[in-house]
Design a protein around this ligand. Structure first.
Ligand SMILES: CC(C)(COP(=O)(O)OP(=O)(O)OC[C@H]1O[C@@H](n2cnc3c(N)ncnc32)[C@H](O)[C@@H]1OP(=O)(O)O)[C@@H](O)C(=O)NCCC(=O)NCCS
Length: 173
């Protein structure tokens, strides 16, 4: 998969991304905003395990955000199941050096459209922690709508936190 955008290329992960992945992912300021399954510290072993899993993934739903030929972040969606199989949850992260250049917003718009078109979805949603102002702004700019505050719904780094539910609903055809 390859989506060529103006600020990045969203593409399939490759084993050759290992060094860049570990360099950019090993950051507490990224980890604090993500689910705990994103490791911290992020080791070479973590990166290799992830990249090997990516090679086997079918359908492919998790991609690298590539800037100037280097994988500097990730974006992916989790297809839901059973009666919610028309929905997917989306998530993303970007290496800190690349923040505040519009890269995540552009990637989010593109991957939302891709997910909807490729999988016949009606809805893509995200659940940022309420303290994650940057991610909420990204969702806002990408056309997602704030639907709910999930009070005390998660625990991160030992603290109970609220999550915000944002959704992009596909236009009906
Ligand atoms: C969230 C993240 C992906 C954003 O990536 P990005 O490429 O910097 O996003 P963009 O540049 O497209 O937009 C960021 C917006 O947030 C704003 N922003 C950033 N930090 C902010 C802060 N502390 N307070 C208010 N606004 C902030 C920026 O000004 C920008 O908005 P603007 O265009 O109106 O100026 C990146 O910060 C990141 O990887 N964070 C850690 C992981 C994470 O939070 N992932 C999402 C989990 S839900």
């Amino acid at each position: 998969m390859r989506l060529t955008l103006s600020r990045s290329v969203v593409r399939s992960w490759a084993l050759t991304d290992l060094a860049a992945l570990v360099e950019h992912a090993n950051n507490h300021r990224i980890w604090i905003n993500l689910r705990d399954r994103f490791p911290h510290p992020y080791t070479r072993h973590d990166g290799l395990t992830f990249l090997r899993a990516m090679r086997k993934a079918s359908p492919e739903t998790v991609f690298a955000i590539d800037v100037a030929g280097e994988a500097v972040g990730g974006i992916g969606f989790m297809l839901q199941h059973d009666v919610e199989r028309v929905s997917a949850e989306i998530g993303y992260w970007l290496g800190e050096r690349f923040w505040n250049r519009g890269i995540a917003t552009e990637a989010l718009v593109a991957v939302t459209s891709y997910a909807i078109a490729q999988h016949g979805l009606t809805r893509v949603f995200a659940l940022p922690f309420a303290f994650n102002v940057a991610s909420c702004r990204v969702l806002d700019k990408a056309g997602y709508v704030l639907e709910a505050r999930l009070h005390r719904s998660a625990i991160k780094d030992g603290t109970i936190v609220d999550q915000l539910q944002y959704a992009f609903v596909a236009p009906t055809r």
